[in-house]
Design a protein around this ligand. Structure first.
Ligand code: COI
Length: 361
């Protein structure tokens, strides 16, 4: 199998500077896309081939394409940041590349070499560098690498053809209204993933499965659903699209990887950032009853959500059947905001990158 070198076929009609600047002034999340995308094909017997950077455009698909029927799809999310000197760097792309390979294995898809994943992201960011928002604000360029099964036919089996793509979208805060405490509905009946299932793979099916529970959370007036484990309906797993952290004074705790939790890159990075700042950081099982009890007795001082899109988002209110409580008085907690700043300062090149996480372009 050869590693493709990506051929550059740039757009003859990129958006004008004025149009791009208007978008960058208020990008929202996932609403606008840059001028280009990267595509690489995989065919059985041939491997990865035809890597190209092309103008961003719809991809024609036969109605019988596998992914449209059997959801053989995986994706990633990572960000490129503008640094004070104007240069651009991505955060831990290798970690995303490795998780992409793990998701491929779970969905019986071919593994993209780590260096090809990183090259594809680099080529796109390099070409669309002007789309990376200015240093100093909350914004960054969100990269969405993904892979779909493109074999045509209705037999249920691993496809013999795949398409890998990377698209990019300038991104502000994930939750409307900027960085504000969000509210959580703890669902005690809907589950996200079961032991032995696909919960630790980043695949669209897990997000499709979250939509009904997410709509129920919205009907309860909440921003996000929180899932409990599928066996005992007791242990906190994760939110609809991000991981969770609990703050006990000087100790932060995140639910341990159960096989049905997605191993978030931000989740992982925070274990290290917290220890660097002198906090204790651990992975442990946390039950929904413990969450309520420790919030009510004051030992659980803060809760926050984390993910590439969500960055670190404070949790202000929690609701479950028959109960409702506030975290840190409904305000962003001090530890939450300190960790948030420390992580963002590394990502934006303000503080030293002690762990070699930033990938400069
Ligand atoms: C990310 O944080 O990158 C995700 O894929 C989560 C999604 C809710 C946008």
């Amino acid at each position: 199998m050869t590693t493709p070198t990506i051929e550059l076929k740039p757009s003859a009609n990129p958006l004008s500077d004025a149009e791009r600047e208007a978008i960058l002034a208020n990008p929202g999340f996932g609403r606008h896309f840059t001028d280009h995308m990267v595509t690489i094909r995989w065919t059985e017997g041939r491997g990865w081939h035809d890597g190209q950077l092309v103008p961003y455009a719809p991809i024609p698909l036969d109605p019988a394409t596998h992914v449209l029927h059997y959801a053989q799809e995986i994706f990633e999310g990572l960000k490129a940041y503008r640094r004070p000197d104007g240069s651009v760097a991505t955060f831990r792309p290798e970690k995303n590349a490795l998780r992409f390979q793990a998701s491929s294995r779970r969905l019986a898809m071919p593994e993209l070499p780590v260096e090809t994943f990183i090259e594809a992201c680099d080529v796109l960011v390099q070409q669309d560098k002007a789309w990376v928002p200015a240093h100093g604000g909350e914004e960054s360029l969100y990269l969405r690498p993904f892979m779909i099964a493109t074999e045509v036919g209705l037999g249920v089996k691993p496809a013999n053809e795949y398409l890998f793509l990377v698209i990019a979208s300038p991104a502000g805060a994930y939750f409307p209204g900027g960085v504000r405490p969000v509210s959580i509905w703890a669902s005690e009946d809907r589950v996200r993933a079961v032991p032995g299932g696909m919960g630790d793979a980043k695949t669209g099916g897990n997000y499709a499965a979250s939509l009904l529970a997410q709509a129920e959370a919205a009907a309860k007036g909440c921003d996000q659903v929180c899932y409990l484990d599928a066996v005992e309906h007791k242990w906190v797993e994760e939110l609809g699209g991000m991981n969770l952290y609990f703050v006990y004074g000087d100790k932060i705790v995140t639910p341990s990887l159960s096989g049905s939790i997605l191993e978030g890159v931000t989740r992982d990075s925070l274990l290290t950032v917290a220890r660097d700042l002198g906090y204790e950081a651990e992975e442990a099982r946390v039950s929904i009853d413990q969450w309520q009890r420790d919030s009510e007795n004051g030992t659980l001082t803060e809760v926050f959500a984390c993910g590439t899109a969500a960055v670190i988002t404070p949790v202000g209110t929690v609701k479950r059947a028959g109960a409702e409580w506030k975290q840190s008085g409904g305000e962003p907690g001090e530890v939450t905001m300190r960790l948030r700043q420390a992580l963002l300062d590394i990502q934006r090149g303000i503080t030293e990158d002690r762990h070699g996480w930033m990938h400069e372009l």
